[in-house]
Ligand binder design. Structure first.
Ligand code: PLP
Length: 413
C-alpha cells in the first residue's frame, strides 16, 4: 500500500507528556454557561462564599420535578422499560407530543415528532441533517450558545442577527432578510428567548416567516420555555402561523417540567409534507445511528403533558416575584439597566461601569463570589456590555447577589 497514512508501528512512540492532537472542528465550539464554572471553583476553593447565578437549572434551587413525572419514570423502570426504545420514540409519548402541538400550540400541519436526549439532541440532529459544511444558519444575538456550538462542530457558519434591545429584544425581520444569502439554509428563533426573557410578537413572527417563505429557509423555533410566561403576554407558537413553511419546533421536560437532568426533549416537524419528508428521513438516519433516547424517561412525557399542569402557575408566580425583586434591585445600581424579562428565568442587563463584560464576570467571581455569564457568551452589539443573571434562587440569595453587584459597581465608580 502506498500513499496512505503510516501504520502505527512506523510512528515514533508517543513520549510521556506528549499531547494528543485534537480535531480542528472543535476549536470554535464554546459554551459560556459552563465555562465560567472553573473560575468559580477556584474562588470557592479559596474559601469564597459563592452565589451561582450562571446556570438555568431550577433543581439547584427550591424547584422540584412534579411528582407525576417522577412516578411515571419509577413505574417505567419497575415495568422493565430498560431496553432500547424505537429510534423516533415510544408511540404513547409521540402521540402525546403531537396532540399537545395540535391542540395547545395550534400547529395544524404536524408531520413528524422525534424524541431525543434533551432538546439539545434533536436540535443537533436537525442541523446536522439540514446543513452542509460552508452553508450558513441565521441565529439570534443574543441567543443560547448551543446553536453556534453545533454549527461550528459541523463546519457550518453561524450568522448572527440582532435582537433590538430598544424594542424589547425583538428580532428585526428586515435585517434577517438582508443577511440571508445563497448559502443560508435556516433561521433560528429562540422564543421565549434565553438570555433576554423576551417573547417575540405575532407580527414579528409573521414577518420572519414571510422572509423564510420567500428565501426557502427552514425555521427552527426553540420554544422550550413556552409556558413560563411571567406577564400577561401573548405567546404564539411560530408553527401555528403558517403551514407552507418547513418549521421545526423544539420542546422538552428540562424547563417547564423542572427536569433538566432527565435529558428528555423533542422536535416537531411541520409544514408541507413534500418539503418536510426528506428532512425527516435524513434526521431519522442520524436518529437510528444513535439507537434511541433514554427509554424509561420517555414514559414521563404523556403524564407531563396531560396531567402535570398545576405546578406551572406556582412556578411562574415564584419566578414573577423573583424577577420583580431583581428588576427593583438592579434599577438602584448606577450603570445597570435592564429590559424586564417577560418569560423564562433569565435577565440580561446592560452594564455601563467602565469595564468589559469578561472582566466584569471574572472580577465578580473572584472578588465577590457572584457567578454570572458574560454577555459576549450569548452575543451582544459591539461596544455594549451585558451579563446574564439567572433569577431562579429564592429572594434572600437574589438580594444578597444584588448587594454584591452594587458593592462591586461602587468600587469601580
Ligand atoms: N434551548 C434553549 C433556549 C435553552 O435555554 C436550553 C437550555 O438551557 C436548551 C435548549 C437545552 O435544553 P435541554 O436541556 O432539553 O437539552
Amino acid at each position: 500500500m502506498t500513499g496512505g497514512p503510516a501504520a502505527d508501528e512506523d510512528l515514533p512512540m508517543r513520549t510521556e507528556g506528549q499531547r494528543v492532537r485534537t480535531s480542528k472542528r472543535v476549536e470554535n465550539v464554546t459554551y459560556a454557561v459552563r465555562e465560567v464554572v472553573d473560575l468559580a471553583h477556584q474562588a470557592a476553593a479559596a474559601g469564597r462564599d459563592m452565589i451561582y447565578l450562571n446556570i438555568g437549572d431550577p433543581c439547584q434551587f427550591d424547584f422540584r420535578t412534579p411528582e407525576v413525572v417522577v412516578d411515571a419514570i419509577v413505574r417505567a423502570l419497575a415495568d422493565g422499560k430498560t431496553g432500547y426504545a424505537p429510534s423516533d420514540g415510544v408511540p404513547e409519548a409521540l402521540q402525546a407530543i403531537r396532540r399537545d402541538a395540535e391542540v395547545r400550540k395550534g400547529i395544524r400541519s404536524v408531520r413528524h415528532v422525534l424524541i431525543g436526549n434533551g432538546a439539545s439532541e434533536p436540535i443537533e440532529i436537525l442541523l446536522t441533517a439540514l446543513v452542509d459544511p460552508g452553508e450558513s444558519v441565521l441565529i439570534p444575538s443574543p441567543g443560547y450558545p448551543l446553536y453556534s456550538a453545533i454549527l461550528a462542530k459541523i463546519g457550518a457558519r453561524a450568522v448572527s442577527y440582532d435582537l433590538d434591545e430598544d424594542a424589547g429584544w425583538q428580532p428585526d425581520p428586515q435585517q434577517i432578510a438582508r443577511l440571508a444569502d445563497g448559502t443560508t439554509r435556516a433561521v433560528v428563533l429562540i422564543h421565549p428567548n434565553n438570555p433576554t426573557g423576551s417573547v417575540a410578537s405575532r407580527a414579528t413572527l409573521e414577518s420572519v416567516l414571510e422572509v423564510a417563505a420567500s428565501r426557502r429557509l427552514v425555521v427552527l423555533s426553540d420554544e422550550i420555555y413556552d409556558r413560563m410566561l411571567l406577564d400577561p403576554v401573548e405567546f404564539v407558537s411560530t408553527a401555528s402561523l403558517r403551514d407552507d413553511v418547513p418549521i421545526a419546533t423544539f420542546g422538552g421536560l428540562s424547563k417547564v417540567w423542572l427536569g433538566p437532568g432527565l435529558r428528555m426533549g423533542w422536535s416537531i416537524l411541520s409544514g408541507p409534507a413534500v418539503a418536510v419528508e426528506p428532512l425527516h428521513e435524513a434526521m431519522m438516519r442520524l436518529a437510528r445511528a444513535r439507537l434511541s433516547a433514554s427509554h424509561p424517561v420517555q414514559w414521563a412525557i404523556r403524564p407531563a403533558l396531560e396531567e402535570a399542569h398545576t405546578h406551572i402557575d406556582d412556578v411562574n408566580a415564584r419566578l414573577r416575584s423573583r424577577r420583580d425583586l431583581l428588576v427593583r434591585e438592579l434599577e438602584r445600581i448606577p450603570g445597570w439597566s435592564l429590559v424586564p424579562p417577560r418569560a423564562a428565568f433569565y435577565a440580561f442587563p446592560r452594564v455601563e461601569i467602565g469595564v468589559d463584560d469578561e472582566t466584569l464576570v471574572r472580577e465578580l467571581i473572584l472578588e465577590h463570589g457572584v457567578v454570572l455569564v458574560h454577555g459576549s457568551g450569548f452575543g451582544q452589539l459591539p461596544g455594549t456590555n451585558h451579563a446574564r443573571i439567572v433569577f431562579l434562587p429564592p429572594d434572600e440569595l437574589i438580594a444578597e447577589a444584588c448587594r454584591r453587584l452594587a458593592d462591586y459597581s461602587a468600587g469601580r465608580g
